[in-house]
Design a protein around this ligand. Sequence first.
Ligand SMILES: [Zn+2]
Length: 79
Amino acid sequence: MSTVDCTRCNESKASLSEPPMGGELGNTVVERICEECWTEWRETSAKLINHYGLNLGEPAHRQQLRRAMKEFLSLDGES
Ligand SMILES: [Zn+2]
């Protein structure tokens, strides 16, 4: 099991075993976010999706969720 110095909780914890999504952002999450914080985000994102009635088939909604994710995980400044 590998560990990561997590950007969000500032601790060295277990990393995700594989990128949770495709593309560069998925790799960034694996390199910078621990499994525990990712699990927290998954729970939070489910609430956001419900709260805002987000439809992930819509690009604008996906982008909104992606912005919220970066903020939640302290990944702001990532291109
Ligand atoms: Zn963490």
